[in-house]
Write a protein that binds this ligand. Structure first.
Ligand SMILES: Nc1ncnc2c1ncn2[C@@H]1O[C@H](COP(=O)(O)OP(=O)(O)OP(=O)(O)O)[C@@H](O)[C@H]1O
Ligand SMILES: [Mg+2]
Length: 548
C-alpha cells in the first residue's frame, strides 16, 4: 500500500486506524485531497499559486453542490412526472431533434423478437464489417478457429467504424443491452447485442435499397467461404454449445461394400439438391437415416463422413439430459439448416424399446396406438415417444430445412416400428461385420496394400468369423516402427484364427448343450413310456383277473 502524506505528516496507515465507517472515510479522503492540493504536491513544480488553487477548490465545491442539486431534482422529476406526459414530451423532443439532426440510424439486433436463432442480417453484417472495416476499429474481438489457423476479428462492443459506399460515409457502431433485472451475472445468452448504422438522411434510399443488400449479400458470401463447421451438443441449460467440427472420417476412409457406399452417396447428393422437389411434394426438406449394426462397424464414422461430404454441422442430441418434449422442441428450433441431428444409440437413449402395450395382430396402423402414454421414465426424463415422433415427422419437423436426422443403434429389433417407419427413418443402413470387400478398403487405407499373398487366407477366415471393422483396423495398425505390412497381416490372421476357434468352441458348446437336452428328453420320454407300459401291464392283469 502506497504511503500518502498530508499536512500533518501523517501516513495512510494512520488513516487506517481511525476508519469507523464509509462516511468517515469519505470526509478523510476529501480532507486529505484538499490538503494535498492546497499544500502543493511536493514532487511537481508549482503550477498554480495557493490562492488560485483554493479558488479552484472553492469553484469545484460549488460545482459539486450544483450537480448534486440537479441530480436530486431529476430523480424527483423521474419519480413523480406522469409517464404519458413524459412520453409526449419525449416524442416532441425527438421530432425537434429530427429537424435539426440530419442523420438517420438503423438498428440491427442480434436476435429478432421472439426468435431463438441469431438474425441472419446481424451475422452477415458482422462478417462484412470484420472483413471490410475492422482495420478502422481500435478495439477488436478475436475468435480463433481451427486451433489458431484462422482468426475471425470483429468489432468489440461500443466500437465505431466508418464504411465508404459509392462516395458516401456510413458509420457503424456495435453495442449491447445488459438485461435490466438484477442478475448476479449476465451470461452471453442474456446480453443482447446490436449494430447501429448512422448516415445522412439524404442518402436514405441509397442505403435502404442498395447498401444494405450489398452488405448482407457480401457478408453471406464471406460466411460461406470461411464457414467453420461445428459440432453441437445440448448442455444442462438446454442450449446448444459447440466446438469446431474437424473429423477425418470420409467416405474414402470408410470401409464398406462399394455398392452400398455409392448408393448412400447418391442418396445424399440427391437430397442436398432437392429443395424444390420437397416443396413440390409438400414435405419438409429433411431425411431420416437409421444406421444399425454391431458395435465397431462404423456407424459414428459414417455420420462424420456424411457431415464432411455435405459440409453440414452436426447436432449431437443427448436425449437423457432433456426434461420434457418442450426442451426437445426448443432445441430443434435452435438448430440451423444444412445440419445433421444425431441421436446415437437411440435404443438406450430413453426407454423407447417396446414400451407400447402389446399390439393386437389385427391393428391396422401402428400410428393408431395412443402415443400420449408416458414412457417409463428415467429419473426426471419426461420425453415421450410421441414427442420424439413429432420431432422427427410432425409439425415441428418443418421448422428449418435441409436437415438430416440420423439414429444409430446396435439393436434395431428393440425399436418401436413407428419410430423407424419410412417417412421418419427413410433409409435404413446396416453396418455389418467385416467382409472381404471391407477388408480390402482397410488394407489400402492402413497399409497402402492393394493385394498380397496372405489376402486369400484372410478372405477365407473372414467368411468363417464375425469380426468388426474396428477390430480388423486395430490389427492392421502397425504397433511399432519395426512392424511392416506383413507383420500386421499375420497379426490379423492370428486374431481371426482365435475368433474362429471361439466360434467353433461356442458352436460345440451349444451342440453339447443341445445333445444334453435331447438325451434328457429321450430319457424322460423313455421313463414315461416305461411307466405307461407298466401301467398298461397292471391294468391288463386287472382286466384279465376280472374276466376270469
Ligand atoms: N467401416 C469402417 N471403416 C473404417 N473404419 C471403421 C469402420 N468401422 C469402424 N471403424 C473404425 O473403428 C472405430 C470405431 O468405429 P465407430 O465408432 O464408427 O463404430 P460404431 O459403429 O459407431 O460403434 P458403436 O456402435 O460402439 O458406437 C473408429 O475409429 C473407426 O476408425
Ligand atoms: Mg458409435
Amino acid at each position: 500500500m502506497g504511503s500518502f502524506c498530508d499536512s500533518r505528516g501523517g501516513t495512510f496507515t494512520e488513516y487506517n486506524e481511525d476508519i469507523k465507517s464509509t462516511r468517515v472515510l469519505y470526509s478523510l479522503l476529501y480532507k486529505g485531497l484538499r490538503d494535498v492540493v492546497k499544500n502543493q504536491v511536493k514532487f511537481t513544480k508549482t503550477i498554480y499559486s495557493t490562492k488560485e488553487v483554493s479558488e479552484i477548490v472553492g469553484d469545484m465545491t460549488q460545482l459539486g453542490s450544483m450537480m448534486a442539486g440537479v441530480m436530486f431534482v431529476f430523480a424527483i422529476f423521474q419519480q413523480w412526472f406522469p409517464e404519458e406526459l413524459g412520453n409526449h414530451i419525449e416524442s416532441y423532443f425527438q421530432r425537434l431533434v429530427g429537424f435539426v439532426y440530419p442523420y438517420i440510424t438503423i438498428i440491427f439486433p442480434e436476435y429478432q423478437v421472439d426468435e431463438y436463432e441469431r438474425s441472419v442480417a446481424y451475422m452477415a453484417i458482422e462478417r462484412y464489417l470484420s472483413a471490410h472495416s475492422s482495420n478502422g476499429a481500435k478495439r477488436l474481438k478475436a475468435n480463433v478457429f481451427e486451433g489458431g489457423k484462422s482468426v475471425f476479428l470483429s468489432m468489440d462492443d461500443d466500437e465505431e467504424v466508418i464504411d465508404e459506399f459509392k462516395g458516401i460515409n456510413i458509420r457503424w457502431s456495435s453495442s449491447k443491452i445488459i438485461p435490466q433485472q438484477k442478475v448476479l451475472y449476465t451470461s452471453h445468452d442474456d446480453e443482447k447485442r446490436y449494430f447501429r448504422l448512422t448516415c445522412h438522411r439524404k442518402h436514405r434510399d441509397l442505403i435502404t435499397k442498395h447498401y444494405l443488400h450489398h452488405v448482407i449479400d457480401e457478408g453471406k458470401a464471406i460466411a460461406a467461404q470461411t464457414r467453420q463447421r461445428k459440432l453441437y451438443t445440448n448442455n444442462k441449460r438446454n442450449h446448444w454449445s459447440h466446438i469446431v467440427f474437424e473429423h477425418p472420417s470420409t467416405f474414402d476412409t470408410l470401409a464398406m461394400d462399394p455398392k452400398m457406399k455409392n448408393e448412400i452417396l447418391n442418396d445424399l447428393m440427391t437430397f442436398s439438391k432437392s429443395k424444390d422437389y420437397y416443396k413440390k411434394v409438400g414435405k419438409s426438406w429433411k431425411r431420416g437415416y437409421l444406421l444399425y449394426g454391431p458395435p465397431g462397424t462404423g456407424k459414428s464414422s459414417m455420420i462424420a463422413a456424411m457431415a464432411n461430404f455435405l459440409e453440414y454441422d452436426i447436432y449431437d442430441l443427448e436425449l437423457t439430459s432433456l426434461q420434457d418434449n418442450t426442451d426437445l422442441r426448443k432445441l430443434l428450433i435452435h438448430t440451423s439448416s444444412q445440419s445433421i441431428i444425431v441421436i446415437e444409440d437411440i435404443d438406450c437413449s430413453i426407454d423407447l424399446t417396446g414400451q407400447r402395450k402389446e399390439k393386437k395382430e389385427d391393428s391396422k396402423d401402428q400410428d393408431l396406438i395412443p402415443k400420449k402414454e408416458k414412457i417409463k421414465k428415467k429419473k426426471g426424463n419426461e420425453v415421450t415417444l410421441s414427442g420424439l415422433l413429432n420431432f422427427i415427422d410432425g409439425l415441428w419437423s418443418a421448422c428449418g430445412s435441409e436437415r438430416l436426422i440420423v439414429f444409430t443403434t446396435n439393436h434395431i429389433e428393440k425399436l418401436d416400428p413407428a419410430l423407424i417407419r419410412r417417412g421418419r427413418m427413410d433409409k435404413h443402413i446396416e453396418m455389418s461385420y467385416c467382409c472381404y470387400e471391407t477388408f480390402k478398403v482397410l488394407a489400402k487405407n492402413y497399409l497402402d496394400l492393394e493385394s498380397h499373398e496372405l489376402f486369400a487366407t484372410i478372405s477365407q477366415l473372414l467368411e468363417e468369423t464375425n469380426m468388426s471393422p474396428a477390430d480388423v483396423a486395430e490389427n492392421l495398425m502397425p504397433k511399432s516402427a519395426q512392424e511392416n505390412a506383413e507383420n500386421c497381416l499375420n497379426s490379423l490372421i492370428k486374431s481371426l484364427e482365435n475368433a474362429k476357434q471361439e466360434v467353433t468352441l461356442k458352436a460345440a458348446g451349444e451342440a453339447y448343450k443341445m445333445s444334453e437336452r435331447t438325451s434328457e428328453t429321450i430319457q424322460d420320454s423313455d421313463e414315461s413310456s416305461d411307466a405307461e407300459s407298466n401301467n398298461g401291464e397292471s391294468s391288463d392283469a386287472e382286466s384279465f383277473d376280472s374276466d376270469h
